[in-house]
Write a protein that binds this ligand. Structure first.
Ligand code: ADP
Ligand code: MG
Length: 144
């Protein structure tokens, strides 16, 4: 399925993230696409809340991956600086794949060839100062 949502504030994007987060299961992969400032980290904050985790999500730009523990663990990657499979390997990404955490990936464009089948794509486009067009491509579970 593929569905488009329009949000008009950061809070609305967090809300959408919450709904998505509440439906996630171990091993799910959220592959974000969208420019700097699109709202990938903001939506990940909502996903964390929806998963029942704390809302203290921050950008993993420097750490490459931030982990948030819980009944369901969230592993939040930033692939901005990743340019190839070798680079990706060094982040430990492939070990995370079968670790049972939910994986959220910012700049998934950079690892498009390495994304496992079944990843849920969330494409965010800035359409105005506070408006975003958010396209979710995944299975029926994500009919929010
Ligand atoms: P990214 O991780 O994609 O670089 P962030 O989530 O860090 O983006 O930042 C998004 C910025 O855009 C924040 O400053 C946020 O307040 C602002 N913003 C404005 N409107 C929205 C919206 N509708 N959804 C998400 N963020 C928004
Ligand atoms: Mg970000």
């Amino acid at each position: 399925m593929h569905k488009i949502y329009i949000t008009s504030s950061p809070d609305e994007t967090v809300e959408l993230g919450k709904k998505l987060g509440s439906k996630l299961r171990a091993g799910d992969i959220i592959a974000f696409r969208g420019d700097l400032g699109a709202g990938k980290t903001t939506m990940t904050r909502g996903i964390a809340i929806g998963m029942g985790l704390k809302d203290e999500v921050s950008s993993p730009t420097f750490a490459l991956v931030n982990e948030y523990p819980g009944r369901l663990r969230l592993c939040h990657f930033d692939m901005y600086r990743i340019t190839g499979a070798l680079d990706l390997e060094s982040t430990g990404f492939f070990d995370y794949l079968d670790s049972g955490c939910v994986i959220a990936i910012e700049w998934s464009e950079n690892i498009a060839d390495e994304l496992p089948e079944g990843a849920i794509t969330v494409e965010i486009a800035r359409t105005g100062e506070e408006t975003r067009e958010i396209k979710i491509i995944g299975d029926e579970r994500f009919e929010l």
